[in-house]
Design a protein around this ligand. Sequence first.
Ligand code: ADP
Ligand code: MG
Length: 247
Amino acid sequence: KDRKDKIRARHYILVEGDDVPCPLLDMKEMKFPKVMLRAMKRKGIKHPTPIQMQGLPVALSGRDMIGIAFTGSGKTLVFTLPLLMFCIEQEMELPFEKGEGPYGLIICPSRELANQTAEVLKYYTKTAHEAGLPKIKTVLCIGGFSLKSQLDELKEAVHIIVATPGRLMDLLDKKSIRLTLCRYLVLDEADRMVDVRFEEDIRTIFSYFTAQRQTLLFSATMPKKIQNFAMSALVSPVTVNVGRAGA
Ligand code: ADP
Ligand code: MG
């Protein structure tokens, strides 16, 4: 067996798809700026979890991905850090102007999850900016909070939107969010979106995209319905499935 198969077997990582990038055992191999590695360390993050070992190289490679791993296994960093890296690179090449963006969209099934995800992003974007990297702006678009303040924030140059489906559909409908430049889409906790008219809403949201995009779908479980949806909506995805020992 070659090295990558050994790493996968040892960490219960199952992969499907063509030309799957190699899993990496060390965060330092992922090519994140030093400031990001230090920021992770401050949060007690030194070694990647199995979904991160395999998921980060896949996400960083630009491939579509289906990530299946249990709650608490560290999925958030698998989609937030590569998006942040893409935004920083983009911003260094050609800065966003007022009213432009987003470059990335993260859809979460609940306000609470959207809020948590935005907090993670804000921590890393703030740290990166303080170290001299370009400023990356995240806007949280969720129900239950003032629409006016979200609309005001959206007038800036926005790189990342973290949203719940309902509020997002409203803002797309009002043309307050345009997805013409959006190239990175995350559906987090997809299994929990089944009950919120998942497929119909997500297909509507998809119809607003015009640029070629990378799509990542995450879930703790993969019911047949979500599996079928993912296979129809993603382009030659890599599936990364991390099971527990004996599970
Ligand atoms: P999931 O989305 O898979 O349920 P999260 O991304 O919310 O899991 O992560 C759960 C917790 O684990 C968070 O508090 C996060 O900071 C922490 N965490 C994530 N990655 C690591 C890591 N590599 N090492 C230590 N802790 C981590
Ligand atoms: Mg999560």
